[in-house]
Design a protein around this ligand. Structure first.
Ligand code: 9WN
Length: 423
């Protein structure tokens, strides 16, 4: 079974490779996406550390002067095939943007230092031969400085996201309340090439897209400078900030390997972990998101709120595990972790980030369970990741209860993480 999964995963990754990087999916997502590339590179590192390094290099080529790693690096030949694309962002006109490539102005969750450290660990000799860590350390430091500096819009020590796309969990119920106050009348005409590749019932709605475009326009027209005082979407997300803390810990490991002082990274991870406490909701037994514009914490249980299980020294481990295994999530019958509370009336196991199980999330939960010594449950999730991925042609997401496939197929991070589970 493991050989079959590895062979099929490798074929998907090979087919989705485009000279310098891997596209998330050939039709639906024809450019390079930021956090996808980290997951993809972790999988690639098992079969080709060199290619994993190229994947990260291509991503860092899109870094802005302020340190941000953009959500998307556009393939100039595919502008018609995804919206909003390079012609919407016109990034070269924005001060501080890279001039060799065109990118989005937004970002995605910071799993990059974590990935870089994992890629190094997969083959330290190869990594040293190519100075992989030396090459990337200062870029990662600048990326984190951007998030901890300009993005700490609430002054709480947590980084804010400024758009649902930045969460990686685009139409998560966590954003519903704030989305109500976002206008839907963007100046740009709504263009939905995504609907040529995916069922409309499995994608965000037209109304949500109007709001997504409105926010992207406003952020772009303010020069992507994070200084727009009345900007309406400023959210502290537990998933995003957990990955920042986990990546700070990876930077501490990278610094140690390079013989550099790394205590500041450990301190920073600790500060983020402590600041996250303000996002813990005892009655749900998990973390949630905070709206920085009015200080309210959203009362919804989503997969984002379980990812802090990855934090060492997590004080709510028992409660988080109880929530994971209780009726809101696994309920003794799920094959992979649902993205949204199964007891919620609007849980929909086929709709994007509003119920289905995503492979990257279950993979991160399995990582946390392994670290906590719950190796049987980790093995259960890892086994289902490999099996469901290979059985259903590497779907973007699945029904957590039946395993039925949804979204696009031959999705790269599904393939990469299925490959990773075979090692
Ligand atoms: C917007 C590429 C990306 C993932 C996100 C996922 C989806 C894009 C979209 O696809 O978002 O970035 O068009 O819906 O939600 O996590 O990075 O795979």
């Amino acid at each position: 079974m493991a050989e079959l999964i590895a062979a099929r995963s490798t074929a998907v990754l090979e087919a989705n490779w485009r000279t310098t990087h891997t596209v998330p999916a050939a039709g639906l997502y024809p450019h390079q996406w930021s956090w996808d590339s980290s997951f993809i590179a972790v999988g690639l590192s098992r079969i080709s550390p060199r290619r994993a390094g190229q994947e990260m290099d291509a991503l860092f080529a899109g870094q802005w002067d302020d340190g941000r790693l953009p959500q998307i690096i556009f393939d100039p030949h595919r502008d018609e095939d995804y919206a909003p694309g390079a012609s919407f962002w016109q990034s070269r006109l924005i001060p501080g943007s890279p001039k060799q490539v065109e990118t989005a102005g937004l970002v995605q969750p910071p799993n990059h230092a974590w990935a870089v450290w994992k890629i190094h660990q997969a083959d330290p000799a190869e990594s040293r031969r190519r100075s992989f860590l030396e090459r990337n350390y200062s870029k990662l430091v600048r990326w984190h400085e951007y998030l901890s500096g300009r993005r700490d819009r609430g002054g709480s020590g947590l980084a804010c996201i400024v758009h649902p796309w930045e969460s990686g969990t685009d139409n998560s119920p966590l954003w519903d309340t704030v989305m109500k106050r976002i206008p839907a009348d963007s100046k740009t005409e709504l263009n939905r090439p995504d609907l040529q590749h995916a069922d409309a019932g499995e994608r965000p709605s037209q109304k949500e897209y109007g709001k997504y475009f409105w926010m992207a326009e406003r952020y772009r027209d303010h020069g992507c400078d994070d200084a727009d005082a009345d900007y309406p979407f400023l959210m502290e997300d537990p998933l995003f900030n957990t990955l920042l803390a986990v990546s700070e810990l990876a930077l501490a490991d990278i610094a140690a390997e390079l013989g550099l002082p790394g205590e500041a990274h450990g301190d920073r991870a600790q500060q983020i972990t402590e600041a996250l406490e303000a996002l813990y909701v005892p009655e749900l037994g998990c973390y949630s998101a905070r709206d920085v514009t009015d200080g309210t914490v959203v009362k919804k249980a989503t997969i984002n709120g379980l990812i802090p299980l990855l934090l060492p020294g997590q004080v709510h481990t028992d409660a988080l595990l109880e929530t994971l295994n209780g009726p809101r999530f696994m309920d003794g019958r799920a094959l992979l972790v649902p993205s949204y509370d199964a007891t919620a009336v609007d849980h929909n196991p086929a709709l994007y980030w509003r119920g289905p199980a995503w492979f990257n999330m279950s993979w991160m939960v399995a990582e946390a369970l392994d670290r906590l010594g719950h190796t049987d449950q980790a093995a259960f999730l890892r086994g289902n990741i490999g099996r469901l991925a290979a059985e259903h042609n590497f779907p973007e997401y699945v029904d957590p209860w039946t395993g039925a496939a949804h979204g696009t197929r031959r999705f790269s991070w599904t393939a990469a993480l299925a490959l990773e589970t075979t090692y």
